[in-house]
Design a protein around this ligand. Structure first.
Ligand SMILES: NC(=O)c1ccc[n+]([C@@H]2O[C@H](COP(=O)([O-])OP(=O)(O)OC[C@H]3O[C@@H](n4cnc5c(N)ncnc54)[C@H](OP(=O)(O)O)[C@@H]3O)[C@@H](O)[C@H]2O)c1
Length: 240
């Protein structure tokens, strides 16, 4: 098989960066869509909390897939944010708006754009979203983030069913990775308990060595491609 074309959003840090480092195809071309660059990838500088960033990402998918003659195109959507961690109504309104746009709107709009662009090539697609247990659990202080993860889970279920209904060429999956040692976890531990009452639990997970290494998580996420799963599956790496 020829090397796939790989897009990763949020490739500049944490899980997205580890996905690039653990890429199963050493020769593949990788494009990182985020504000900061990442090693071993081409940088598409985009702010995915803005409509201009969504348009830039859509143009990038279209341009790259129109000229792509390989068999597989992959998009890993890892960009996400907890900022601002605080109760709804307490924080900075602009930061809250950016949280909602990045966590709720960007996954759906970029997923739609990737499928649209894929239709312009003959490649199969693999579209992975990084989910979270927060999509169903209650974490006071994470309202915009949790609602975005819940929306993404259901978008994946629905669009996976649409692909199945039309024998579509794209496999869509959302996978929660567990608690992973990234800057996002550092932000949690640095938040006053007043804004995030469950902080102590996350501090204990960290001090007791329960955070997962991004490299291990990335290897497991890539390995899901080999599993026979339903299109639109919403999985958790902690469950067999
Ligand atoms: N760490 C965990 O325990 C955990 C658990 C469950 C789910 N997750 C999920 O895993 C994914 C990755 O999180 P992480 O832990 O690796 O966090 P991280 O290290 O903070 O990385 C977040 C990534 O998102 C990108 N991003 C943030 N705002 C952006 C914006 N406005 N436009 C474009 N890109 C933006 C960042 O890139 P730039 O700053 O360069 O733009 C960065 O690459 C997220 O979806 C998160 O919800 C993480």
């Amino acid at each position: 098989m020829s090397d796939p074309l790989v897009f990763v959003s949020g490739g500049s840090s944490g899980i997205g960066r580890a996905m690039i480092e653990a890429l199963p195809w050493p020769g593949a071309r990788v494009l990182n869509l985020s504000r900061r660059p990442a090693p071993a990838s081409e940088h598409v500088a985009v702010d995915l909390a803005s409509s201009s960033g969504w348009a830039q990402a859509a143009t990038c998918f279209e341009r790259e897939l129109a000229g792509f003659s390989g068999e597989l195109a992959v998009f890993v959507h890892a960009a996400g944010t907890l900022t601002p961690i605080c109760f709804a109504g307490d924080g900075d309104a602009d930061a809250y708006r950016r949280n909602v746009l990045l966590n709720s709107a960007a996954p759906q709009l970029l997923g739609d754009a990737f499928l649209r662009a894929l239709a312009g090539s003959s490649a199969r697609g693999w579209l992975l979203f990084i989910g979270s247990g927060a999509s169903s659990g209650i974490y006071e202080g994470w309202s915009g983030y949790s609602a975005g993860k819940a929306a993404t889970d259901h978008w994946v279920r629905t669009v996976g069913a649409e692909q199945t209904a039309r024998s579509g060429r794209c496999q869509i999956v959302c996978i929660a990775p567990g608690v992973v040692a990234t800057p996002m976890q550092e932000e949690i531990r640095a938040t006053p308990a007043e804004h995030f009452p469950q902080r102590e639990r996350f501090e204990a997970l960290h001090s007791e060595g329960h955070l997962r290494a991004p490299a291990d998580v990335a290897r497991e996420l890539w390995a899901v491609r080999e599993r026979p799963i339903a299109n639109g599956a919403v999985l958790d790496l902690r469950e067999p």
